[in-house]
Design a protein around this ligand. Structure first.
Ligand code: TRP
Length: 371
């Protein structure tokens, strides 16, 4: 019996990512496939090298088309319900890199109905967060000529017909077994997965011929795309590929998923330098020992230390990271010093991001796609 549970809406317990591969029926990202990707991207992104992205489905199909010089699309998304935190942007950072390296167009879905249907939040609030979150997305540096952002409530006219075609292929029994719906689930929840499927078909619809779609996302989202892959051939579309990452851990400890609704678990992209410093000093779970004396003698455990694990997502330089790991493990580096390295790293990143976020306010219309 698994002592953890992962659905697209909730994560409980400590996630065993290896077991999840079997549970979800996804594939481990292996060296040979990474090598094939690397032929087209020149180098391999550190999030892939370090296996933050650790699983996939059908990546080989996308690479085969890249090999043939055929156009492929990227697709990812964000259901707004609060401010964007560091965990959200992990898949988007990789998406941006893939867009640059493969020269691929990107469809960025903002399902502003999703959290309304699944959580206790109004449409007004999701709409407000959608506008806010779009600034963070643009600030990450996606190519304005190759990126289309759309809200479900504004682009539904184009999507509805295709969502119905998907809906007709998904039975109640499939929805129940795949997503765990029951008699108390509302019918909007049942339909929602169709809306998340449609953008995976849009590349083929836009291009007028079967076109591969690669979806970088957190591993929990593969459940939606498993359904998408089942119905795609019936609708005349290729099965979409996914490139799947682990969750960015909350400050309180590795294993779980960061929640946007508990302020002290996350660092937001709009946090001040002081917020960042305070949160990490106060809440980041430490793998260090209780006393300095003991820490010097026995060393810390980087693998369960949230500050170290966060650095593996944000420190690009392998050599720097290894040096930190060694010094922490040997006891030469103390918890407080490790935390300071993380605080400095994040604050440099956030200062730059927040400038770009301001500039993004005038660029929104360049990215938006509406009915
Ligand atoms: N369901 C996602 C969320 O909860 C939003 C989303 C929509 C998405 N389409 C996507 C995520 C495609 C990844 C890829 O935030």
């Amino acid at each position: 019996m698994a002592e953890f549970k992962v659905t697209p809406w909730d994560v409980e317990g400590t996630v065993d990512y290896d077991k999840l591969i079997a549970q979800f029926g996804i594939k481990r990202l292996d060296d040979s496939l990474i090598g094939k990707l690397g032929k087209h991207t020149k180098d391999v992104h550190y999030l892939i090298r370090r296996r933050a992205f650790y699983a996939h489905m059908y990546l080989e199909n996308v690479l085969a088309d890249v090999d043939r010089g055929k156009k492929i699309y990227l697709y990812t998304g964000r259901a707004p319900s609060g401010p964007v935190h560091l965990g959200h942007i992990i898949p988007w950072m990789l998406t941006k890199w893939l867009q640059e390296r493969l020269g691929a167009p990107l469809l960025f879905q903002i399902p502003d109905e999703e959290k309304f249907l699944f959580k206790d939040i109004t449409m007004e609030e999701t709409g407000k967060w959608a506008k806010d979150n779009i600034l963070d997305i643009i600030a990450l540096g996606f190519d304005e000529k190759k990126t289309k952002i759309f809200l479900d409530t504004e682009y539904a006219g184009h999507m509805y017909k295709h969502a119905c075609m998907a809906a007709k292929r998904i039975t109640l029994s499939t929805a129940k077994s795949v997503f765990g719906f029951d008699n108390s689930s509302n019918v909007g929840q049942l339909f929602y997965t169709c809306m998340q499927s449609v953008p995976a078909f849009l590349p083929s619809i836009i291009e007028g011929e079967p076109t591969q779609c690669l979806i970088p996302c957190a591993v929990d989202q593969d459940v939606h795309f498993r359904v998408t892959r089942d119905i795609a051939p019936h609708l005349g579309y290729p099965k979409p590929s996914t490139l799947l990452c682990k969750f960015f851990p909350p400050l309180q400890g590795i294993g779980g998923k960061m929640s946007a609704s508990r302020e002290d678990t996350a660092v937001y992209l709009t946090d001040t330098q002081k917020d960042v410093e305070k949160k990490i000093r106060k809440y980041a779970f430490s793998g260090g020992k209780d006393s300095v004396e003991e820490h010097r003698r026995l060393g810390g455990n980087p693998d369960i230390d949230v500050s170290f694990v966060w650095l593996t997502f944000f420190e690009e330089d392998d050599k720097k990271l290894e040096k930190i790991r060694d010094e922490y493990k040997s006891g030469k580096m103390l918890s407080g010093e490790l935390k300071q390295i993380l605080i400095d790293k994040l604050n440099v990143f956030l200062a730059d991001h927040q400038k770009k976020r301001e500039k993004a306010k005038d660029r929104v219309e360049k990215f938006m796609m509406r009915d």
